[in-house]
Design a protein around this ligand. Structure first.
Ligand code: DQA
Length: 151
């Protein structure tokens, strides 16, 4: 079984309760269920959330050994964290950056993303569907990579 990490940054533990007019009424458990359903055969997801930058970095380091891709909603660290960008730059498999809201329609400080300097794909404004789309893309890329490795 190939594992995909679905990483979530600060305040996303409150998904469903936090500003539902922006982020909707569904919760992280719904994200986990939808991501598991989006997996191709032979893939599985592990959903993780932390409000702490260092914990997210530790999970990215751990992912180097154990995963075939990361779907990542870094929350506000998207716009501030060079340390998370540096951690992602040590990680080889695909990274898909996801934002539930359409960040480019919001405040100017949300328009810049450090994570986008590393991400292989960026999804914003699709609501929770963005996570499932990220998982599908990683399954596709990982399968393609395995086929290339066999050639
Ligand atoms: C977010 C957008 C960020 O700007 C914000 O800080 C979040 C959530 C999103 O999913 O739309 O916490 O990443």
């Amino acid at each position: 079984m190939k594992t995909i990490y679905v990483l979530n940054g600060p305040n996303l533990n409150l998904l469903g309760k936090r500003q539902p007019q922006i982020y909707g009424h569904e919760t992280l458990e719904d994200v986990e269920r939808q991501c598991a359903a989006a997996c191709a055969e032979g893939f599985g997801v592990r959903l993780l959330q932390s409000n702490h930058e260092g914990q997210l970095i530790d999970w990215i380091h751990e992912a180097r050994e154990t995963t075939c891709g990361i779907v990542f909603n870094p929350g506000a660290f998207t716009h501030t964290s060079i340390a998370i960008l540096d951690a992602l730059n040590t990680y080889e498999p695909p990274v898909i950056e996801v934002h539930i809201s359409q960040v480019h329609k919001r405040e100017a400080f949300r328009h810049h993303s450090y994570v986008s300097l590393r991400a292989d794909g960026v999804i914003a404004g699709l609501g929770l569907e963005g996570y499932a789309a990220g998982v599908r893309r990683i399954c596709q890329l990982a399968t393609r990579q395995t086929q290339e490795d066999l050639q």
